[in-house]
Design a protein around this ligand. Sequence first.
Ligand code: NAD
Length: 337
Amino acid sequence: MNTHKPVILSLTKMHEAGLGLLREAGNLKMSSGWDQATICREIPGADALVIRTQGEINAAVMDAAGPSLKVIGRHGVGFDHVDIDAATERGIQVVYTPGANLESVAEHAISMMIALSKFFMPSIEALKQGDYFARTKWMGRDIKGRSLGIIGFGRIGKRLGEIAYQAFDMKVQYTDIMDMPKHATERAGGAQRVDLDTLLATSEYISLHVPLDSSTRKLINRETLAKIRPDCILLNTCRGPVVDELAVAEALDESRLFGYGADVYEVEPPPVPGHPLIGRTDNVILTPHNAAQTEESLINMAQWMAEDVLRVLQGQQPRYPVNNPQAVAAARLKLGL
Ligand code: NAD
C-alpha cells in the first residue's frame, strides 16, 4: 500500500474550502515568502505547488523542485507569471480556475463605471472635509444607453456585456482575436464585433478583459489613447502591463480621457509615492487587485483549484488544465524526438 502523502507547497493563503481539501489529502506546507530564493529553498521534494499572483514560477523554480513536482495549481485566472512551456517540457501539469471569479470581476468593472460616472470619489472626499456644498461641483452622468467597448470578449468580457445590456441597456461592442458564435453575443444585446480602431473611437466606456501576453502588452498606449473619445471612461481589471500608465496620466491631464479605473498595475505592488495615478481622486478610481476578493470567488477558486490538484496527484485528468504535458510527451515519442 502506498502511504506517501503528497507534499503540497502553497505560496498563498486561501479559503478553507480549498485548504481543507489539500490538508486532508497531503502534507500541506506554507511557504515563508514569494521571492525566487525562498521558493527555490522550500520547494525541493514537493509534489504540488499552489500559487496565486505572487511569485515568478519559472524553469529555475521547477528545477529546484526536482522530479517530484507533478502539478502547479493556480488559484485564479491569469497565468502570465508561470512559464507554461517550461512546465510542459518537464511533464508538469498546470491547472487554473477559469470562470471561478467572473461575476466578481464583471461586477467590479460595473462598480467602477458607476463610481466614475457619478464622481463618487471626489464627492465622498469633499463631504469628509465638511464641504457639503461641493454637491453641485461635478456634473455626473447616467450610463443607461451609452456605448460600452469590451476588449477581450471571453468569460469576464461576455458577462460584463450581459450585465451592461440587461441592467443598463448599454450598446455593447467588442473586439477579440477569436470568432464568437452568435449565441455568445445574444445575452449582451447582440453585441457588435468591431475592429479595435472603431471600438476606441466610438465607445463612451472601454473595459479591458484580455490575458497578458505579447499581443496585449501596452495595448493601451499613447497611440491607442489618441484614438479614444475625450468623454471615454477606461477600465482595466485584467492585467496592469496591458496599459501604459504614464500615457493614461498624460491623457487625463490633457482632458483627452474622462476617467480611469483600475484594479491592476504595471508593477505590483505599485510604488507609492511615485505612481503616476495613485493619489488622484477627481477622475480616477483604483483598487489594490482585489476584484476577485469576494466570498463567492474565494470559495470557487480555492475549491476548484484544490480539487484539480488532487485529481492530478491521483493520476486523473484535471477539469481545468492550462497545458497538456502528456499529449506533448506522447507526440514527441511518436516522432522519435
Ligand atoms: P478568457 O480567456 O475567458 O478571455 C480572454 C479573451 O481575450 C479571450 O476571448 C481571448 O480570445 C481574448 N484575447 C486574447 N488576446 C487578445 C487580443 N490581443 N485582442 C483581443 N482579444 C484578445 O479570460 P477571462 O476569464 O475573461 O479573464 C480575462 C483576464 O482577466 C485574465 O487573463 C486575467 O489576467 C484577468 N483577471 C483579473 C482578475 C482580477 O483580480 N483583477 C481576476 C480574474 C481575471
